[in-house]
Design a protein around this ligand. Structure first.
Ligand SMILES: Cc1ncc(COP(=O)(O)O)c(C=O)c1O
Length: 391
């Protein structure tokens, strides 16, 4: 199989698969173009499908074990793609990254503790803190006139000075599309180290950093001590989020032990037969699919910018350094935030509401998922423009 423009242009008909993106109640109806939840409308790489089909053909689906091969597949991928050396004893298998966010909050802090996040940020960061009796400490990202975001170290330090002991980072950052640089991350870790604070870094979008930017895993930095946990998955990278498989990585044996114990206590163990088969195949045999995808996404970025420039010239799209999600500022059109979603729906397009990422920092923003065939993207953008410009 060749993963070229033709392959990605073809997309995939997801009818009959109960795809959340195409069937979510209240948001999706027949004919609506979905540019929202972060999965992609492309067929996954052939080796993943083959691995799943092969396993499905064996008609016994009893309990299964996580093997050394599962760990080695992940370790090999991170060495090959990100030059990061990991060891099997650092890994804790989880069903999802969101499980990991919650597990880290629960095991690395106590009720009533403050946890720092940089808003706007992926919504489950906020709920993981709020729903576990911890205190959400916002260190809002700073935004410049072209919509590029940077860290507010003063705001972070202010929280640390007042006693915060954990920060949750999104690296690269969803929704603002920043690929944090080595220098920015070093400065952040130095600051956290000065206050003896811990860091959980959600690196699920690691593989979506667009040239000339480079991805920097936090565990590659000398400043990353035992206090750092990275959360990773093949789910976004290879479009297999429905399989439910993720991994927490820590060099601290105590953290690994605590996370494993937490997972045992929840009664949920990861590693169902198909998740393991699919993830192993993804990490070992699908680099060509990923390279083809990245080239296609780069072209989608160009198409998105050209279309927005033409149809919604006052909208500001944050520079697209990472992910397959564009952060659109439509405040110049002066539409009350609560009406934007309704207008989009009326015009037949579904985007992610900016306030999912922060009530204040997301007001007047919408997130556009461009991980889809170009034709679908352009159709959705045209509808978005009509919705915003409607009198
Ligand atoms: C930053 C980030 N973390 C986690 C997730 C969800 O991952 P999972 O499905 O493994 O919980 C997403 C999905 O969009 C995401 O953008």
């Amino acid at each position: 199989m060749i993963y070229n423009q033709e392959f990605f242009d073809a997309g995939i008909d997801r009818k009959g698969t109960n795809a959340l993106k195409w069937t979510a109640k209240g948001l999706m109806q027949e004919g609506v173009v979905p540019l929202w939840v972060a999965d992609m409308d492309f067929a996954c790489a052939e080796p993943i499908r083959e691995a799943l089909v092969k396993r499905a053909q064996h008609p016994c689906y009893g309990y299964t074990t996580i093997t050394d091969e599962d760990a080695q597949a992940l370790i090999g991928f991170w060495q090959r793609r990100h030059n990061l050396t990991l060891k099997e004893e650092y890994l804790v298998m989880l069903p999802t990254v969101v499980t990991g966010l919650r597990a880290c909050v629960q095991t690395m802090t106590h009720p009533g503790d403050g946890v720092i996040v940089q808003t706007p940020v992926y919504g489950p960061f906020l709920s993981a803190i709020q729903e576990s009796g911890r205190v959400l400490l916002e260190a809002r990202l700073k935004r410049d006139e072209i919509g590029r975001y940077t860290m507010d170290y003063d705001a972070i330090e202010d929280h640390l000075r007042k006693g915060a002991r954990l920060m949750m980072l999104c690296n690269p950052h969803n929704p603002v599309s920043r690929a944090w640089s080595r220098e920015e991350l070093k400065a952040l870790l130095s600051l956290l180290n000065r206050y003896n604070a811990k860091l959980v870094s959600d690196e699920i979008h690691a593989d979506f950093v667009h040239q000339p930017r480079e991805f920097c895993p936090v565990l590659s930095l000398e400043e990353a001590r035992e206090n750092v946990v990275m959360l990773v998955a093949a789910s976004k990278t290879f479009n297999i989020a429905g399989l439910l498989q993720a991994t927490a990585i820590s060099r601290d044996p105590d953290v690994v032990r605590m996370l494993k114990r937490y997972m045992e206590r929840t009664g949920a163990s990861s590693g169902n037969i198909f998740a393991l088969e699919g993830t192993r195949a993804a990490y070992t045999n699908c680099d060509d699919w990923l390279d083809g995808l990245m080239a296609y996404l780069k072209e989608n970025q160009k198409a998105l910018l050209e279309t927005m420039e033409q149809l919604l010239p006052q909208a500001v799209i944050s520079p697209m350094e990472a992910t397959f999600l564009a952060w659109a500022d439509v405040r110049a059109y002066h539409i009350p935030h609560s009406e934007i979603g309704e207008k989009c729906s009326k015009h037949g397009v579904a985007l992610t509401d900016g306030q999912f990422f922060g009530e204040t920092t997301g007001e007047g923003f919408m997130r556009i998922n461009y991980g889809c065939p170009r034709g679908q993207l352009l159709k959705g953008l045209q509808r978005f423009a009509h919705a915003i410009k409607e009198a």
